[in-house]
Design a protein around this ligand. Sequence first.
Ligand code: SF4
Length: 356
Amino acid sequence: MELSQGESFPRNLEKISKTKNIPQNTKKIRAVALVSGGLDSAIAVKLIIDQGIDVYAMTFHSPFCTCSSGGCSAAIFAEKLEIPIKHVSKDDDYLRLVKNPKFTYGKNINPCIDCRIHILKRAKDYMNEIGAQFIITGEVLGQRPKSQMIRALKTIENEAGLAGRILRPLSAKLLVPTIMENEGIIDRSLLLDIQGRRRNIQVELGRNFNLIEQYCAGGGCRLTDKNFANRLRDYFYFTENPKMADMKFLRIGRHFRHQGLKFIVGKNQDENIKLKTWASSTDVLIETKDVSSPMTLIFKPKKQDDLILPAQITLRYSDTEENTNYMEVFSNNSDFKNFSLEKSPNIEEIIKEYRI
Ligand code: SF4
């Protein structure tokens, strides 16, 4: 196995992967584990279960997660490791934090340090609720540039009020011993010293622990995506009270803003149905009549003229070959009516100008 600079293969790997339920404590100690559905957190949990600790998993969901809905692999891991799991949704408080982070953003609109603090504070509440003594994470030193460097880890711990109470089993040997290691609750010699972005050690451990098939390799965060970040910045700029419920719109369609008016043009049948279902009573939907056409959702238009530019763009993405087309309008407001429309000769420039 080839290791990159800064990575070392744990000498105790074999011992660790074969160790089963080492009886460390007569009275069982509890810990809360943050699990994501990724391999790192599952391995971290397994290492600590094998030290005789009662582990309670906790997983967070949000529209920013690129995993499939329903908690990705986190629930499957919990079942496999035979531990309880608590599912938590990130709420509007979280969204406010994304809008105004105390610390800086990463490359796009990902406020990783604030995000970790937020999650850990909620894990701390759960820890107190169930009488647990510490928190486990699958963080690996140096794996992420912002939130997983030594200084950031320290800041996050302190801000969350959890100094010395966060155990990171995958990199623990490279970090200052935690309270649990100092008190002998956790055997530091069975923890690891992984660092960096390569994942060969985790994959090997995953195989040894029989966890490799479940993990979610595609898991990620939309806040790190440039296009999603542009849409979210636009949303924040025009929205006084951001709502998590609105985030579903940012995940689909082609987005445009023209003179403050926002509209989304569906990309396929599935998105057209979603737009139709999600539209509120003050929104208006339009499509090109009699040909295959995207559904376009216009948020709170004030007058019939507000429909013209969205309709031009809808025509551009429809299958029409006609110059003059009939647009069908769906609205609770009878002031908005069906209309006919000529194709615009400058449609590509218009799209470039107003696309978010
Ligand atoms: S990548 Fe996303 S989910 Fe992960 S810490 Fe950063 S903001 Fe939070």
